[in-house]
Each structure stands twice: as structure tokens, then as C-alpha cells.
Design a protein around this ligand. Structure first.
Ligand SMILES: [Zn+2]
Length: 223
């Protein structure tokens, strides 16, 4: 299954989801929460193109995912040892954008994605914006989620964190909840406004480097 996480709702339908801010809307936070859950509950191998760690630890070498650059991931996409691995690629749209300079590379990526999907292997990708090249992604993606970052307060009566206002900032010291909406397949109209998930961003932020910028944006097809 291929799952996409985007910082922008799709153009194809008139969405009622709140518009995410342009930066830091919780995409990686959502990806990490899904991947860590699979690791913890199933002991599943996880591959990421960003660095992760255990909560409360600062040891980036002993962690719950295997780090690979996007190039390495695409080269090893179909290796049998990664059959059951959950592959997570952050900023895939930017990576595709750079790959688009070579049609051979785009074809290689497209082919890899197709084969991985056909084999029933799992991939989660995230992207800030949709771009023209992303059609090759869009057509293969089974679910698309849109996370939006909110400030919150603790409600003593229900013992729950409650979202208040949407956070407009990339770097912000306040506590955040990430509310997640499903963008595709379009939910039933009566469910469209209900988030499918609410994440405690501060807990998941313990599991990866929230300040890391994905810089491995140079893909090239093997000669
Ligand atoms: Zn904030």
C-alpha cells in the first residue's frame, strides 16, 4: 500500500479541511507516528530518509529505523530483504522535482514505485506541495492524509488535550496537536469534517530530529 501525506489539500475536490500553513504542519510527525507504531507493535523493519531515535535518548546510532538516502532507497526498493519493510520517504515531491531533469531517472523511479506497489509492499511519502511531476505519485497512492497543526489546552474535566487555534508558524514553542484529515479517497460527506486521528506532537517529536532538513534530493537512474 502507498500512503501519501501532503501539506496541501488536493485541487481535485472542494475540500472543507482547514488549509494547512505553508510550513511545519506535522507531515513528518504523522509519518513517524505510523511507522513507529508498526515497529513497536509488529517489530517491523522501518527504512527512513531522515534520522530517528528512541524517546528520551540522544543516541542517533541505536534507533528504531534504518537510515538511507532516497537514492539508496530506490536502488534497494525491490531487494527481497526489504519485502516486509515499511519505507518512509520525506519530501518525495522535491526529490521527484530534481529527478525530473532526467527522463530516464523519472522512468526509473516510476517503474520502481509501480513494482513495489504491485508486489504489495508498503511506502509512506510526504510532500509539502503538489507539483506537475507528482502525477506519477498520485496515481499510485492509495490513501492521502492532510495533517494540520493546532495549539491546545488541557481539559481537566475530560483529561484530554483540546485543539484551540491553528498554528501558523514553522518554529513555535507552544504545545501542539496534529489533527489529521483524509483527503483521498474522499470520505463520506458527513465524515468529511472529522479528523481521523489526533496526535500529541510533543510525544512523537521525541522519536526523530524535528529540525532535520532533507537534503538528499539528487536521484539518478543507475547507468
Ligand atoms: Zn504553534
Amino acid at each position: 500500500m502507498i500512503i501519501g501525506i501532503v501539506g496541501q489539500v488536493s485541487q481535485v475536490r472542494d475540500s472543507q479541511i482547514p488549509r494547512p500553513s505553508d510550513c511545519g504542519n506535522g507531515k513528518t510527525n504523522l509519518m513517524v507516528s505510523m511507522a513507529y507504531h508498526q515497529f513497536r507493535t509488529r517489530g517491523r523493519k522501518v527504512i527512513t530518509n531522515f534520522h530517528t531515535k528512541y524517546p528520551g535518548s540522544d543516541n542517533w546510532n541505536c534507533t528504531w529505523s534504518e537510515f538511507m538516502t532516497a537514492q539508496e532507497i530506490f536502488e534497494h526498493f525491490l531487494d527481497p530483504e526489504y519485502d516486509d519493510a515499511l519505507v518512509c520517504i520525506s519530501e518525495l515531491s522535491g526529490i521527484l522535482h530534481s529527478a525530473a531533469r532526467s527522463s530516464k531517472t523519472i522512468q526509473w523511479v516510476d517503474n520502481n514505485l509501480n513494482q513495489r506497489r504491485k508486489a504489495g509492499h508498503d511506502l509512506i511519502w510526504d510532500a509539502q506541495r503538489w507539483m506537475s511531476n507528482d502525477k506519477i505519485l498520485r496515481d499510485k497512492t492509495d490513501y492521502i492524509y492532510v495533517p494540520v497543526k493546532f495549539h491546545c489546552v488541557y481539559d481537566i474535566r475530560t483529561q484530554n488535550w483540546i485543539p484551540t487555534t491553528q498554528c501558523p508558524k514553522d518554529i513555535c514553542d507552544e504545545k501542539h496537536l496534529i489533527l489529521v484529515w483524509q483527503d483521498f479517497p474522499a470520505p463520506d460527506p458527513e465524515d468529511a469534517l472529522t479528523p481521523i486521528k489526533i496526535l500529541h506532537a510533543w510525544e512523537i517529536g521525541e522519536l526523530y530530529d524535528t529540525k532535520e532538513r532533507i537534503t538528499d534530493q539528487t536521484l539518478h537512474a543507475p547507468a
